[in-house]
Design a protein around this ligand. Structure first.
Ligand code: GTR
Length: 413
């Protein structure tokens, strides 16, 4: 054989081996279930029974006993402790434009600095407030887990992920901060942020990680908004998409000052039930994103039945505040059915407050939003994303629940 042919063969063989190796690495260790018939039989932890197995029959027992128990269960097992105290919060407006969006809004870029134990974290807030009416307005606050260009203060770049003009035209302020200011979304670098302020969290098995840090950040932004006279902080809706939607749900459950929670396509360890093991599972999420949840949560990898909780309990912790969850029809990874079933479970807690949910018995058809209900929901046609369609319905939901305005459904494009 000619020597150069042998070299070619060798090079080919090496490439082949490398390709097989990469593929093997990328292969999931566990099959993803997208088949409803293969959902195992499961028993959800009872929402309306205390851990001492006492029935919860009214909102007093719910608020005094069961709700705090549930928050502790999630702190201990899933999202980690939520430190509430810090030494100092200061802020400065780094850029103001009273004539933003062609004069419709005032832009404030605010640098919020939170200090604890001589360490600080800086949160960059982008905030547009409508120039009319001249009184405090309700607001939407987005936890931005995508590129910062999605919340461009200059508006040179516009994105349906944060359609600021649409929200301003509807009479709401719109704000956003980026998750990386609190904890970079990276399995090594996530410690460079909030966790520096609370070093004990780093070693505790129930220590917060990235998702807890993002939720903590949302509450610090609310601390700032409470000092801003243009915002009606009794009517702030917290919005998050996907991993940001897990954080918006945790933040709203944990901090009752958020008046409304919107959790968009949040899926596993967001609004979907884990016990179903449909789409993304606990072991998949903990393996791919080891920096999101507590060390304790890893105990439930392939062990969902041992969980003393499920996400219906977190949704219920938002009650009686209006709660809106979404899915996208092609996003089976986030388990639309499991999300809807979790919301249905939470209805019993809204009922303790005399609030009747109008969710149908079975998941509504695609693009059939349920707005006129303290628990709202839609399954949008399409992919995993946060879109103008989603925002239009968040605004309608807020119009109804924040302002008691009748819903005027416009024809969908
Ligand atoms: C996926 C992850 C989901 C969801 C999503 C996102 O890769 O498995 O849980 O968080 O990312 O944030 O877009």
């Amino acid at each position: 054989m000619e020597p150069h042919r042998t070299v070619y063969k060798l090079v080919y063989l090496i490439f082949l081996l490398l390709a097989i190796g990469t593929r093997l690495q990328a292969q999931p260790t566990e099959q993803v279930n997208y088949n409803e018939a293969k959902v195992p039989t499961y028993v959800l932890p009872a929402l309306l029974n205390t851990t001492a197995n006492r029935p919860v029959r009214n909102k007093t027992t719910w608020e005094k006993q069961r709700r705090p128990e549930i928050i502790r269960l999630f702190e201990e097992n899933v999202y980690g402790q939520m430190p509430r105290s810090y030494d100092r919060l200061t802020y400065s407006v780094t850029h103001e434009d009273a004539n933003a969006m062609g004069g419709k809004a005032t832009l404030n870029e605010v640098l919020i600095e939170v200090v604890n134990h001589a360490k600080s974290v800086k949160i960059n807030l982008v905030l547009f407030v409508p120039n009319q009416p001249k009184k405090p307005v309700p607001a939407f606050l987005l936890i931005n887990n995508r590129g910062k260009d999605n919340t461009d203060p200059t508006r040179a770049h516009k994105s349906d992920f944060w359609p600021a003009e649409m929200v301003i035209d509807s009479g709401y302020a719109i704000a956003a901060f980026h998750v990386s200011d609190l904890a970079p979304d990276d399995s090594v670098r996530y410690v460079n942020g909030v966790l520096q302020l609370y070093p004990d969290q780093l070693t505790a098995n129930n220590g917060m990680k990235a998702i807890g840090a993002w939720a903590w950040g949302a509450s610090r932004v609310l601390d700032y908004l409470e000092k801003d006279a243009t915002i009606d902080t009794k009517r702030v809706a917290l919005v998050g998409h996907s991993r940001g939607g897990k954080a918006s749900l945790w933040a709203a459950a944990e901090d009752p000052r958020f008046a409304m929670c919107i959790t968009n396509c949040s899926g596993n360890t967001g609004a979907a039930l884990s016990h179903r093991r449909f789409g993304e599972t606990i072991s998949r999420i903990n393996t791919t994103f080891p920096h999101w949840f507590t060390n304790n949560y890893k105990k439930f990898n392939n062990n969902e039945d041992a969980l003393p909780l499920d996400q219906h309990m977190l949704l219920a912790a938002v009650a009686p505040r209006p709660l809106y969850a979404t899915n996208a029809s092609k996003d089976l990874w986030a388990d639309p059915t499991g999300t809807f079933l979790a919301l249905k479970q939470a209805e019993s807690v809204y009922a303790l407050y005399g609030l009747t949910s109008h969710l149908p018995a079975r998941p509504p058809a695609i693009n059939h939003p349920i707005i006129n209900s303290p628990i709202g929901y839609h399954n949008r046609e399409g992919e995993h994303n946060l879109t103008a369609y989603d925002w239009r319905h968040f605004i309608q939901f807020a119009n109804l629940h924040f302002r008691h305005k009748p819903i005027r459904f416009k024809k969908e494009p």
